[in-house]
Design a protein around this ligand. Sequence first.
Ligand SMILES: Cc1cc2nc3c(=O)[nH]c(=O)nc-3n(C[C@H](O)[C@H](O)[C@H](O)COP(=O)(O)OP(=O)(O)OC[C@H]3O[C@@H](n4cnc5c(N)ncnc54)[C@H](O)[C@@H]3O)c2cc1C
Length: 489
Amino acid sequence: MQQVVLIVRPEEAKQLEAAYRVVRRSVDARQKDIKVNLTLLADDEGHYIPIDAPLPHYEQPHFQQVTSDSPVAYIVGAGPAGLFAALTLLEHGIKPIIFERGKPVSERKRDIALLNRNEAFNPESNYCFGEGGAGTFSDGKLFSRSKKRGNMQRVMELFHHFGAADNILYEAHAHIGSDKLPRIIQNIRECILAHGGEIHFEFRVESLAFRDPCPTILAIGHSAHDTYRMLDREGVALEAKGFALGVRAEHPQALINKLFYHNQPPSVVNLLGNASYSLVTQVNGRGVYSFCMCPGGHIVPAGSDSDGCVVNGMSASHRNSPFANSGMVVELHPTGTALDALDYQEHIEHLAKEYGGPNAQAPAQRMRDFVEGRDSTTLPACSYLPGLVPSRLDQWLPEPIGSSLQQGFRDFDRKYHGFLTNDAVIVGVESRSSSPVRIIRDATRMQSVSHPWLYPCGEGAGYAGGITSSALDGINAALKIAEHYGTTL
Ligand SMILES: Cc1cc2nc3c(=O)[nH]c(=O)nc-3n(C[C@H](O)[C@H](O)[C@H](O)COP(=O)(O)OP(=O)(O)OC[C@H]3O[C@@H](n4cnc5c(N)ncnc54)[C@H](O)[C@@H]3O)c2cc1C
């Protein structure tokens, strides 16, 4: 077997993809003449492998049946880090016992529907908390900026094993979609339970004084501020870390297609799928960048407490809404304690709530009005279901966030003329793009430096960001526990 790399036009790419087994695909839209990079699998004579041939071999997971006699590890949090840790423990014959504050995914869906309709907010069951963690109703973009942390392909293979489509094994920017993720998460749960693991839903861990102490993976995500505060009270070593905060910007998708596909006709856009972007600039030595861009997506209310207003973005597998949204965030470098950083983040979320509505309505301003310091008397159509309230974000977003974003939008417009437009709206606030806190751990053993039986991992520990790297961090933490028990396969 060999891999053949081709750089072809979108029409040709479509034909090749329909006929042959692709192992990698990416779109290069930097020039007007858009190209698709395709890597095809071929036999030793160079004949491409047909699409209906079996998938290239990969190692199928082998989960062991665990019993009450098996070594045990606790896991706090059933997000990507916690679930992938549980699967890895099972591969090593260790019984995972998971505690998750939220509900199983099907019940969680109902709470999210109520939230989107402004009917109720459940602080324990929302876009952040519940089975699958913040990853369940996310966009499901499966890539990570870091290639250093280990076997990313293994994460993709496990997602595929539990029901993700074949393309996640080869797409450069693989994407599952919020409509498909819940079923995959449910399949993972069923596997954990079938092999003797335990999952306790609606179980919030409020103390570290366990009756039967054992190695414990802390995979709490970065939204559980109450849990961070509990850890601080219990003397767990925490520190503030750099994070990013800003707004979510939404344009009509047709405009983004025009700007980033260089005015290609709809026939070409249809072949390529809706355009996405990744933008970055420096303002006074501070990074301002787009984050978690969702083509054909929706802005969603992603807060975890009723006093704050937080937004994020997601998209379904087809990415076919008429809107393109992205976080637009500014790098911050807190100098105080971990709790100071949480307080600052909450302060801005509370401001957004004050200027938004009584339920999940979010404060918003047209993009050019924001940059030029004007009221938006009307707002454009927007994907955000709970609704928007016109607000002067240019006046209340604290420095350096407001002015850095204003300059950032001007910079992006210089490169992609038309990006800075009043057809776009900015919605506040995108405050949970990364964790402001690190639960300090030993670099080699992955144990908390203050509590060696704790294995902080995932996004909430401050060592990962996004689904893939959090899942991988969970796998690595579980491998350390397997070493501890001497059960390395
Ligand atoms: C709307 C949205 C869209 C996103 N889109 C993407 C995307 O496209 N691609 C991407 O890579 N990332 C995306 N993300 C980020 C991604 O979801 C997170 O990076 C990832 O889920 C982090 O995984 P984790 O397991 O570390 O933490 P989480 O997923 O946050 O899971 C932590 C879990 O711990 C539970 N928990 C917390 N405290 C306790 C406690 N005291 N007791 C018991 N349980 C507790 C929580 O309920 C939660 O279920 C998105 C996030 C959101 C909100």
